[in-house]
Design a protein around this ligand. Structure first.
Ligand SMILES: [Zn+2]
Length: 108
C-alpha cells in the first residue's frame, strides 16, 4: 500500500480532541508492518499531537487502536513491557509505604 494513499485515508480521520480532520501534511508514517500502520498526526486546530495505530485492509481503516504520543510509542516499542527494575521499584515503594492503596495512587 502506498504511503500517499494511506495519508489520504487518514486525512478523513478526525482529531480526538476537537473533531477537526487532520491535514495530509500533518500526517507522518512512523512504522508499518503486516498491515499495521503507526502514524504521527498533528492537529492544526487544537495543536494536539497524537499517534494513531491502525490496521488497514482493502483500502479501509479496519481499526484505530491507540492515540499514544510519539514518545510513548518509542518507550513501549523499545523497552520491556514490565522490566525487573520496574518490579523492584514497586517492591521498594511498597516496602516503605505506610497508608492505604488509594493514597498510593493519588497524585499527592
Ligand atoms: Zn484537534
Amino acid at each position: 500500500m502506498r504511503e500517499s494513499f494511506l495519508k489520504r485515508l487518514f486525512s478523513k480521520v478526525e482529531c480526538g480532541i476537537c473533531g477537526q480532520r487532520y491535514d495530509m501534511s500533518n500526517i507522518k508514517v512512523i512504522d508499518q508492518e503486516d498491515g499495521l500502520w503507526v502514524l504521527s498526526v498533528y492537529c492544526n486546530s487544537c495543536r494536539t499531537q497524537g499517534l494513531i495505530a491502525a490496521v488497514v485492509q482493502d483500502g479501509t481503516i479496519a481499526e484505530v487502536i491507540t492515540d499514544f504520543t510519539e514518545d510513548e510509542y518509542d518507550r513501549f516499542t523499545d523497552g520491556e513491557v514490565v522490566g525487573i527494575d520496574d518490579v523492584l521499584d514497586v517492591h521498594n515503594l511498597l516496602k516503605d509505604f505506610e497508608g492505604d492503596i488509594a493514597s498510593l495512587f493519588s497524585k499527592n
